[in-house]
Design a protein around this ligand. Structure first.
Ligand code: SF4
Length: 376
């Protein structure tokens, strides 16, 4: 499982606190060379072998010309066993997905899934977010993607946008379900510290939506998804039968992965490591053999807590056989009573193999997780 981070964006969306920069073409070329070099240096590290999923995320990977993406793809093909590759995703923004670009991308014969950051089809929403695309570009992007031969298309939408009425949200949902997407990620807008939106809210220029309105939007999402044959498999993720994101599902199962590029995170089953979030520093360090990452070995308790936190956000829930070893020691005294309490509140149910969030439980997943987590 490999994640490649491309941290370039034309300009900053107001809600975004991810590391990204505009990056000139010369820097992008040097960055791609550094990514290829990191892949070479780390190709012996244990993630899953052979590789089953690869994900190009950002930033905006489709800001790179296909010629540069092709360099990374060739390096991957040369270094790794990709004979069992099931899913290769690239994140994209609508303004980049012209027929010409998609035709070149399809020519790599590598990506079989495209994840498009639509966020909204409404012009006012897009303006609040300072997105670089128009509503019609978003629609064209999805149609162009299918026409170029990509059948597995995911779209991201955001609800709870300041000023977004429930009828605008309904129109967004109707629009997305009328298009040929197989997967949908819908996020409630969250106020990320240090984002432009965060500063606008702090200055009193914009007000966030009420919690009740956000909840109403979520319930409408559940209804529309069901009516359109999309099943929920995680709090924010929905898909047509069999079209789950394999890559993301494997993150939630704590599968080890290599994260390559500036600001990318990696996990080898025991340690998490994160690369420096600065493209110039990253490029310089890779070419001069200097250190460019920090790492942390997780304690058993941290591993347990991480698993609880992610599993409770999925409709599959906690797989009892996948609980980290520490669970055996705390099971009867601490974990079981906490689970029982949540079952009595109607927030969890239990089968022989799993502990599963109910409809209300999924909504309160983070709160339940804190009740089940163990203190260090
Ligand atoms: S939301 Fe995506 S496109 Fe917008 S600035 Fe953040 S990473 Fe870039």
């Amino acid at each position: 499982m490999i994640y490649i981070h491309i941290p370039y964006c034309h300009h900053k969306c107001t809600y975004c606190a991810f590391y990204s920069n505009a990056g000139r073409r010369e820097e992008q070329q040097a960055y791609v060379d550094a990514v290829c070099e990191e892949l070479r240096q780390r190709s012996g590290e244990q993630s899953d072998h052979p590789i089953r999923t690869i994900y190009f995320g950002g930033g905006t990977p489709t800001l790179l010309p296909v010629e540069l993406l092709s360099k990374i793809v060739s390096t991957l093909r040369n270094l790794f066993d990709l004979t069992q590759l099931e899913e290769a995703t690239i994140e994209a923004n609508p303004e980049n997905l012209t027929s010409e670009y998609l035709e070149e991308l399809a020519g790599l014969h590598f990506f079989n899934r495209i994840s498009i950051g639509i966020q909204s089809f409404n012009a006012s929403d897009l303006k609040i977010f300072n997105r670089a695309h128009t509503p019609s570009q978003a629609i064209d992007a999805i149609r162009n993607t299918l026409q170029a031969g990509f059948q597995n298309i995911s779209a991201d939408l955001i609800y709870g946008i300041p000023g977004q009425s429930i009828s605008i949200w309904k129109e967004n949902l109707q629009q997305i379900f009328s298009l040929p997407v197989t997967h949908l990620s819908c996020y409630a807008l969250s106020l990320e510290p240090q984002s432009i939106l965060w500063r606008q809210v702090a200055a009193g220029k914009i007000s966030m939506s009420d919690e009740e309105d956000v909840l109403e939007a979520y319930e409408l999402l559940l209804q529309e998804a069901t009516a359109n044959d999309f099943a929920q498999y995680e709090i924010s993720n929905f898909c047509k039968p069999g079209m789950q994101s394999r890559h993301n599902s494997r993150y939630w199962n704590r599968t080890p992965y290599l994260g390559i590029g500036a600001a990318a995170h990696s996990f080898d089953g025991k340690c998490r490591r994160w690369n420096v979030a600065d493209t110039r520093h990253y490029i310089h360090s890779i070419s001069n053999n200097e250190s460019y990452y920090e790492s942390e070995r997780l304690t058993e308790i941290q591993s347990f807590n991480e698993y609880i936190m992610t599993a409770l956000r999925t409709t599959v829930g906690i797989d009892k056989s996948a609980l980290p070893p520490i669970a055996a020691r705390i099971f009867d005294k601490q974990f079981r009573p906490a689970v029982e309490q949540q079952i009595q509140l109607g927030l969890l149910t239990e089968s022989a193999t799993h502990i599963i969030p109910t409809h209300d439980g999924l909504l309160q997943a983070d709160g339940i997780a804190t009740k089940l987590m163990v203190d260090e």
